[in-house]
Design a protein around this ligand. Structure first.
Ligand code: HEM
Ligand code: HEM
Length: 186
């Protein structure tokens, strides 16, 4: 019989923490009013905060796609004994976080292409046209910049609750949930 896993594999751990840092940093750099400034004709490439925000966000998107692929083949995630409602809440929170990790960058790309702004990334990368997105039938259905900002707030709130829950597991329930995302001591 194999012993049940107590920890996530190292790749899942590294990508989890890099993603967490990336989301928080992108949020902090989500400069207020910057959508309005873009609409007033500001060239985003002239602003380090916008370029860094977009680069971090795209990095988060790339890491999320990689994590989802890894999820299909990686060793099973650790399991802990807990009441049904708690396991269900944890599953739902993870599900929503995955959805937001994809929806936040996607709505940003929709915002840029619907308003005709370039995607500007560190290293002087500038993508002025995104024809695949511009031709989507529903590109004009919403103010995607608004939706993106709102979802950016949601992911921060949800990740905050998720972090508080992880700390509560550690301090109050004293189980191995938080440690499962941290390096294993030999
Ligand atoms: C995890 C990643 C991200 C988070 C948490 C995030 C968060 C935010 C937030 C909170 C705002 C609203 C700022 C404000 O007006 O107060 C915002 C605006 C914006 N972000 Fe992001 N963002 C992320 C990724 C991206 C990416 C990948 C791009 C580019 C492809 C991007 C482009 C923009 C743009 C263009 C706006 C202005 C939208 C408008 O008002 O029209 N963001 N972001
Ligand atoms: C923006 C920030 C964060 C996001 C988007 C996020 C997202 C996620 C996701 C999607 C998972 C499932 C991982 C997988 O199956 O590979 C996860 C697991 C986990 N996260 Fe986070 N997380 C964030 C921040 C944090 C923070 C700050 C903490 C701790 C204080 C934390 C602690 C954990 C733990 C302990 C697990 C594994 C145990 C479990 O929840 O079942 N996360 N996180």
């Amino acid at each position: 019989m194999t012993t049940p896993r107590t920890h996530y594999d190292i790749l899942s751990q590294v990508l989890h923490w890099l993603t967490a840092i990336g989301v928080v940093a992108a949020f902090i750099l989500g400069p207020e009013h910057f959508g309005r400034e873009l609409r007033q004709g500001l060239d985003p490439a002239t602003r380090w905060d916008i370029v860094t925000h977009e680069s971090l966000g795209m990095l988060v998107a790339a890491m999320t796609l990689l994590r989802l692929l890894w999820l299909l083949v990686r060793p099973a995630a650790p399991r802990f004994d807990m009441p049904r409602w708690m396991a269900l809440t944890s599953k739902t929170t993870h599900g929503l976080l995955w959805v937001l990790l994809l929806a936040v960058p996607s709505t940003a790309l929709l915002a840029l292409s619907s308003e005709g702004h370039p995607l500007t990334l560190l290293g002087g990368i500038r993508i002025s046209e995104m024809p695949l997105l511009t031709h989507l039938a529903w590109i004009g259905w919403a103010d995607w910049g608004e939706v993106h900002g709102l979802l950016g707030d949601c992911i921060l709130w949800l990740a905050g609750l998720h972090a508080v829950a992880a700390l509560a597991h550690h301090v109050l329930l004293q189980d191995g949930v938080l440690r499962s995302m941290l390096l294993k001591h030999r």
